[in-house]
Ligand binder design. Structure first.
Ligand code: 1CP
Length: 349
């Protein structure tokens, strides 16, 4: 079944229509590059407090829509809120990124409480309801995206206890103790399905599965830890909510993107910065939307380089269902006026 009839350009595109100029949103569009975000974050007193205080989380979700008129808002939360909702210790240290108490053994695994997820994540669902209501009244035509990390990417953080690198401990556990690693993944898969369905129930109109560290795996690892769980999740989502499109983002998958797109029932795949859009257009099904993939550093640079890069992507994607985005999240040093320059280019395409 296709997503329901809609006049929202972003949802039409995910339903397979080649809308032009293409709809646009940017990964991490709410974030530290915006002064109005930094002000609310300071007021919240911490990142987890911000994610679990619905009026503040709704406010920062809507800030980039007000400023730039993006075609989609993405729920302000984090992929690590699922382990947090299962009871794993999580904190965001200033300048250090996320820190978790790493899962090392059976006791760590047993402490993960999948049944706690609906109640612990309830404030996040309240944010979804508020944002959706605000979009319908104040920003008609703009859609709301819910999201989760993929089990592989979130398991990397849960086993490693921190981010920002190569995740050696997590990758070794997958080789040395695949039963233990699979058990972590199984709990995570179940929690992730519950969490995504709750977002759809609360008003998310599309869902995205972030697999930021998919590219760390060998091809056989990619099939086992990225494709297989994503197939199960996407199939379960399609069955429960055939009206809600799903975007997959197996970052740095390279040519394995083709296998991912063929196997996982997603309506769109997001391309990372290094992916050639022309290659992707030839290797994913023509009705499947592509999303991406401007280098976030080109937005920091601005000027003619930004324009040339954006135009090259548009040229490669003309005539097919396409959502303009970055190849990875926007970075804090991005001047907000460069995002405005990008929007001018895109709206005139
Ligand atoms: O200090 C701050 O304000 C915290 C910075 C920050 C923000 C703005 C973090 C910590 N998370 C977020 C929000 C966020 N994270 C969103 C919603 C907002 C939006 O897109 O507008 C989303 C969708 C994410 C997803 C996310 N978190 C991913 C997947 C996408 C990606 O960037 O690859 C990942 C890997 C994370 C983990 C994470 N959370 C935060 C940081 C700094 C990190 C990366 C840690 C690392 O380097 O490994």
């Amino acid at each position: 079944m296709l997503p329901r009839m809609t006049d929202k350009p972003f949802l039409k595109t995910l339903a397979g229509e080649a809308v032009w100029p293409p709809p646009v949103w940017l990964m991490r569009q709410a974030g530290r590059y915006l002064p109005e975000y930094r002000a609310v974050r300071d007021k919240a007193g911490g990142f987890i407090a911000l994610c679990t205080t619905p009026d503040l989380a709704a406010e920062v979700t809507l800030q980039p829509i007000r400023r730039y008129g993006f075609d989609a808002a993405i729920l302000f939360s984090d992929i690590l809120m699922v382990p947090w909702a299962m009871g794993q210790d999580l904190r965001f240290a200033e300048g250090e990124g996320p820190l978790l108490t790493p899962i090392k053994d059976q006791a760590g695994l047993d402490a993960l409480d999948v049944a706690a997820v609906p109640e612990r994540a309830a404030p996040i669902m309240e944010t979804v309801r508020r944002v959706r209501a605000a979009l319908e009244t104040d920003h008609p035509g703009r859609a709301l995206i819910g999201f989760a990390g993929s089990p592989w990417t979130v398991a990397c953080y849960m086993v490693e206890g921190r981010g920002g690198g190569e995740f050696p401990l997590a990758r070794r556990m997958a080789f040395r103790d695949p039963e233990m690693f699979a058990a972590v993944m199984a709990k995570l898969e179940s929690a992730t399905l519950t969490y995504l369905l709750a977002q759809a129930e609360a008003g998310a109109e599309a869902l995205m599965l972030f697999d930021s560290w998919a590219g760390l795996l060998s091809p056989s690892g990619f099939r086992r830890w990225v494709i297989e769980p994503s197939v199960r999740l996407a199939t379960a989502l399609r069955k429960a909510r055939p009206d809600i499109p799903l975007i997959g983002f197996p970052r740095l998958a390279g040519p394995l993107l083709q296998e991912y797109a063929a196997a996982v029932s997603v309506q769109a795949v997001a391309m990372d910065t290094g992916m050639d859009p022309a290659w992707a257009a030839r290797h994913v099904p023509p009705q499947m939307a592509l999303q991406g993939n401007l280098d976030p550093q080109a937005v920091v640079a601005g000027g003619p380089a930004l324009e040339a890069e954006a135009r090259a992507i548009l040229e490669a994607m003309r005539g097919r269902p396409f959502v303009f985005n970055l190849g990875h999240g926007i970075v804090p040093p991005t001047p907000p006026e460069h995002v405005a320059q990008l929007m001018q280019i895109l709206r005139a395409a």
